[in-house]
Design a protein around this ligand. Structure first.
Ligand code: HEC
Length: 118
């Protein structure tokens, strides 16, 4: 009986861990500051310093309804392969060459915090 309870607790922990796509949101925040805020804004609201020159505006990452309509896989794809890969603007660069999978997962975890953990 005791063993069974232990296993249930472990299973619960594994689920919580997986739901964050193995990303570390605080690491993601630091990456976001360096690579994303010039377009997406310091607070992630899509109002970065670049926007006066942009034909398509960056996504507002604090927009809960838009962002919760995206799966983690879609966000990952957009970050790795750029806007074009998810039928969005080419103005969203592909980061695959500069960021590894762990860094991309960290960014996705931070995006979830920005949009949905308010
Ligand atoms: C040069 C400007 C620019 C930079 C830098 C940039 N983005 Fe973007 N991003 C955009 C634009 C523009 C769009 C919106 C494209 C559209 O709606 O067609 C976008 C869209 C996205 C989307 C897709 C949102 C959706 O609606 O599905 C994600 C995710 C994203 N950006 C994440 C990031 C992350 C993370 C970084 C930093 C690693 C970053 N972006 C850096 C311009 C930029």
């Amino acid at each position: 009986m005791k063993t069974a309870k232990f296993i249930v607790v472990l299973a619960g922990l594994a689920t919580v861990h997986l739901s964050y796509a193995d990303g570390d949101a605080s690491e993601g925040k630091a990456l976001y500051r360096n690579y994303c805020t010039q377009c997406h804004g310091v607070t992630g609201d899509g109002k970065g310093v670049n926007i006066p020159d942009m034909a398509v505006l960056p996504r507002d990452h604090t927009d809960t309804s838009e962002m919760s309509a995206r799966t983690d896989a879609e966000l990952t794809k957009a970050i790795k392969h750029g806007g074009k890969a998810v039928n969005k603007s080419v103005l969203m660069p592909a980061w695959e060459g500069n960021l590894n999978d762990q860094q991309v997962a960290n960014l996705v975890a931070y995006l979830r915090e920005l949009c949905c953990n308010k």
